[in-house]
Design a protein around this ligand. Structure first.
Ligand SMILES: Cc1cc2nc3c(=O)[nH]c(=O)nc-3n(C[C@H](O)[C@H](O)[C@H](O)COP(=O)(O)O)c2cc1C
Length: 197
């Protein structure tokens, strides 16, 4: 696992000729389906975009990530509910009473922005799960906050959800200068960020 974390990296250049096997994409979907969330709230939706036309439209509204989106195999868009009423209807229907009551007691009284931040945290947790899954399956990935949210939402015809972050997945161009053997990992000193008590 540690070796896997050393070898995974944010891919900056993709080989457009290499396609991800259908079964791997299906496995990644199943993995996202099983991602954990607070009270099992699942306030998310994920798009797997491999359609070239839509992918190219997304590429145009992806700031400095344009080339990655064009040349990757699939763009996975991570979305969160923007309609809290619909979210509440969903959890009322699907969650055990105890979990729904937790929401009513501790989350619902918060200001709207904080409820949305709480939901977004769950989606970012799914992002972490997804990046590790990609590493495990030897799929190269680029998490991207550098996307134009409003334009992503328009292209994907979103009403009840809004995009938060996207991940380009595919296979690296062998010349990608960001590979760990060419650009060693840069992290804060471990003693600074981990305190053992
Ligand atoms: C939420 C999130 C958003 C990111 N957005 C971008 C992005 O838009 N474009 C990009 O090239 N890298 C992006 N990154 C990659 C980070 O810069 C990268 O993970 C960090 O520098 C550590 O490098 P490593 O992933 O290669 O270990 C993002 C990473 C995360 C977790």
């Amino acid at each position: 696992m540690l070796q896997m974390m050393k070898e995974r990296y944010t891919t900056k250049k993709y080989d457009a000729s290499k396609k991800i096997n259908f079964n791997i994409i299906e496995e990644l979907k199943q993995i996202l389906h099983l991602a954990p969330s607070s009270i099992n709230s699942q306030p998310w939706k994920f798009h797997f975009v491999s359609d070239e036309k839509i992918k190219n439209e997304l590429a145009k509204v992806s700031y400095f990530n344009t080339e990655k989106v064009i040349n990757c195999d699939t763009v996975v868009v991570f979305n969160v509910y923007n309609d809290i009423t619909l979210f509440e209807e969903q959890i009322k229907k699907h969650l055990p009473e105890g979990a729904f009551n937790y929401y009513l007691t501790y989350i619902k009284p918060l200001p709207e922005a904080e409820i949305k931040a709480w939901m977004s945290k769950q989606v970012y947790l799914a992002l972490g799960v997804f990046l590790i899954a990609c590493a495990q399956l030897q799929i190269d990935a680029t998490p991207m906050e550098g996307i134009e949210i409003d334009k992503y939402d328009a292209i994907l015809n979103q009403e009840s959800y809004t995009a938060l972050v996207a991940v380009a997945i595919g296979y690296r161009d062998q010349e990608d200068a960001n590979q760990p053997d060419r650009k060693p990992k840069s992290r804060l000193p471990i003693d600074q960020i981990i305190e053992t008590i």
